[in-house]
Design a protein. Structure first.
Length: 201
């Protein structure tokens, strides 16, 4: 039996178990909790903007869950998207769509960033997210807003306190892609991540 078949047999029950689980739901005060977390990032953040961003970050992924036709665990949904059975819903779709929705608000004290985790190894699936921070702050000083992780129920945490992922700026990851495409060397490890580089980036 090949190593890949053995791995598949081990992982299949876990995937099926995840598929049967019910989606996580937020606490009733989740928007206020997230707003408080965003305000805690910097005294320069407008409380009204933090509240508005929190409401969108909690509610919009629920809308995306319906739009993406999510019926399974995130991994199974990815398989369906990649096979053409579902229209959208890879992690970078969640990040892209939530970032676009937040940017429509024209915040004056908040800005968004994109980050990618696991881009340094082929052993793990790379993962994309949107991050919100105070204007002028770095992505690692912000708050991860991850709609993919729980299939439309937002996961959020300060960037450096995300227990599952170590985030790297998307610009750095894409710089690796460009260097590899041009046959150049790059100071960081090679990048096997799957998020495509946008035209003109």
């Amino acid at each position: 039996m090949s190593i890949f078949r053995k791995i598949a047999l081990v992982l299949l029950p876990l995937v099926l178990l995840a598929a049967c689980s019910t989606p996580r739901e937020h606490r009733p005060d989740e928007i206020n909790r997230l707003a408080s977390g965003i305000m805690a990032l910097s005294p320069a953040i407008d409380p009204e903007e933090a509240q508005r961003a929190a409401r969108i970050a909690i509610e919009y992924p629920r809308q995306l869950r319906v739009r993406y036709q999510v019926e399974d665990s995130p991994i199974l949904h990815n398989i369906k998207v990649n096979s053409g059975r579902k229209p959208r819903g890879l992690c970078w779709h969640w990040a892209e769509d939530l970032q676009k929705r937040l940017m429509r608000e024209n915040f004056q004290t908040l800005t968004t960033h994109r980050a990618i985790a696991n881009s340094h190894t082929r052993l793990l699936i790379d993962h994309s997210t949107v991050i919100v921070s105070a204007v002028g702050d770095r992505f690692d000083e912000g708050m991860v807003l991850d709609g993919w992780r729980y299939g439309g129920t937002l996961y959020w945490a300060p960037t450096l306190k995300d227990a599952k992922y170590t985030w790297v700026s998307r610009e750095v990851v894409f710089a690796r892609k460009r260097a590899k495409r041009l046959g150049e060397t790059y100071s960081l490890p090679s990048d096997p991540s799957t998020e495509p580089v946008p035209e003109g980036f």
